[in-house]
Design a protein around this ligand. Structure first.
Ligand SMILES: [Zn+2]
Length: 175
């Protein structure tokens, strides 16, 4: 399975035909006798909350380059969502959190530029429950605590998809 609609079989490399299955035309490999499903990308994000402030990263990878957003990324195969959230937090901000200490705030659907929806989880944790000092890494060029008001007053933008502003407010309310 792939996130783009596949043209060739990811296993044997044959050109895919199409087959009607469960109400849709699907890419199908005759050699392997299987449908190559197109799937959304599962993501996990973390809001580290310090009073009215939240730790944000400045994005260097599409989508939303140059905007600020919650640290997070794609859940890898074999990785529970909260472990993905903790790993991404460490990669992008240098902070460590025990996955068990993350509180699930919401699940979300985020419109992807290519026309589908990715599905994600937003977790939150209080700053007292993380260790380390924020240092940007991975696909982040900066990592710092902001209040949403200060961010807006500084003419900085928050990524609109997923709706980080709503998730951050929900996380602040949770604590
Ligand atoms: Zn095949």
């Amino acid at each position: 399975m792939t996130s783009f609609r596949a043209t060739y079989c990811p296993d044997c490399g044959s050109k895919l035909e199409s087959q009607w299955f469960e109400g849709k035309d699907r890419p199908y490999c005759e050699e392997c006798d299987r449908i190559v499903f197109q799937r959304p990308i599962p993501c996990a994000d973390v809001a580290v909350i310090d009073g009215e402030q939240v730790l944000l990263i400045e994005r260097t990878n599409p989508p939303h380059v140059g905007k600020w957003g919650l640290p997070g990324g794609v859940i890898e195969a074999g990785e529970p969502p909260e472990e993905a959230a903790a790993r991404e937090l460490h990669e992008e901000t240098g902070l460590r959190v025990v996955p068990h200490n993350l509180t699930l705030i919401t699940g979300y659907a985020a419109a992807a530029p290519q026309g589908w929806y990715n599905a994600g989880y937003t977790y939150a944790v209080q700053v007292a429950d993380v260790s380390g000092e924020p240092t940007a890494g991975g696909d982040a060029s900066d990592a710092q605590f902001w209040s949403l008001d200060t961010l807006r007053a500084s003419k900085q933008e928050l990524r609109p998809e997923p709706d980080d502003a709503a998730h951050i407010r929900a996380a602040i309310d949770e604590f």
